[in-house]
Write a protein that binds this ligand. Structure first.
Ligand SMILES: [Zn+2]
Length: 324
């Protein structure tokens, strides 16, 4: 008897390096580009390899431009994962750039990423979910297949308030970050994959999925944050999220970050970040549990596969049923 066909869910990781957090936080030492990539990348690759998963890594162009990161970034592509673009400078105020500067941002990121990994990205995620019609227009002009820069939640302003409270920023820097993590109206954006239409054409939008109706996030960093309060709560919440997506016919796009795999001992400069009081072995245990639950309900694919939905085939050659 053939196995029942599971709906798909995509998995991606924003490869935010240590310096990107320090930069948004206002720590001047960011300009030396301190990195944890040599620690975290092999750890994540091993985690994915064990589960036979191929996901999408959104890479920051500035990291790819540094020769010292080439081997580690190349190892991601060599393991068969999709490489996508997470901007060059990782500035969450990308939506304030001029069109010309956005073009430059894309061009320099693509060149550096292609040089380091051998792949030209066809997917983009804005830093800190920074996105605008102009960014979409530039993406279309450069032949991108999908964008993944929206997080449809009402909680963005709350996350920003927490961030400002902990960061060392002057008023000018705060102004640039005025839309960091989005506005309340983001909660009204679609959670299913859709076509983002502009005068310049359209691009497939894959939102970072939030729980249907209540629109609260369930990316791994958020689950780790809940886990800090209660181990029971994080697992229950994840199961509710996955179940609600199944019921609503939503193919989730599940988001990961390097800090989901790093303990407080490995990035002491980022102690201000939620969830960074937890040691790495506890985070790995939680990630393991969450991925087991996710894979029970969904066939896990990369973003490129999610964008081209109906064409996706399982290992066995069967066409995966897509419900959204
Ligand atoms: Zn980022």
């Amino acid at each position: 008897m053939p196995l029942p066909i599971k709906p798909i869910a995509s998995v991606s990781l924003d490869l935010d390096d240590k310096w990107t957090y320090m930069k948004t936080h206002g720590d001047p030492k960011w300009s030396e580009f301190p990195s944890y990539l040599p620690i975290v990348v092999p750890r994540v690759l091993e985690f994915l390899e064990k589960r036979n998963l191929k996901i999408t890594f959104f890479i920051v162009g500035q990291d790819a431009a540094l020769e010292r990161n080439h081997a580690v970034l190349r190892s991601i592509a060599d393991a068969g994962h999709e490489i996508a673009n997470h901007s060059f400078h990782h500035e969450p105020w990308l939506h304030l750039y001029s069109e010309q500067d956005i073009q430059k941002e894309f061009e320099s990121a693509e060149l550096a990423i292609a040089k380091a990994t051998g792949q030209r990205p066809i997917g983009f995620r804005g830093p800190g979910f920074s996105i605008s019609e102009t960014v979409i227009k530039v993406m279309i002009s450069r032949g991108y297949r999908y964008d993944a820069s929206t997080l449809p939640t009402f909680l963005g302003p709350l996350a920003r308030a927490y961030y400002f409270f902990n960061a060392k920023l002057d008023p000018e820097e705060k102004k640039k970050r005025a839309k960091l993590f989005g506005t309340v109206s983001d909660g009204l954006k679609p959670i299913k994959v859709y076509n983002w239409k502009t005068a310049a054409g359209s691009v497939t939008e894959i939102p970072v999925t939030t729980i249907p109706i209540v629109r609260t996030p369930f990316h791994l960093s958020y689950l780790i944050y809940l886990h800090g309060y209660s181990h029971f709560l994080s697992s229950l919440y994840a199961n509710i999220a996955f179940g609600a997506c199944g019921l609503a016919g939503v193919n989730p796009s599940f988001l990961l970050h390097p800090l989901d795999f790093l303990g407080r001992e490995e990035a002491p400069e980022l102690a201000f970040f939620p969830g960074m009081t937890m040691p790495s072995n506890e985070k790995m245990k939680l990630a393991d549990r969450i991925f087991t639950a996710l894979a029970q309900k969904f066939t896990l694919v990369c973003m490129k596969a999610h964008a081209s939905k109906g064409e996706i085939t399982q290992d066995a050659g069967a066409v995966v049923g897509v419900r959204s």
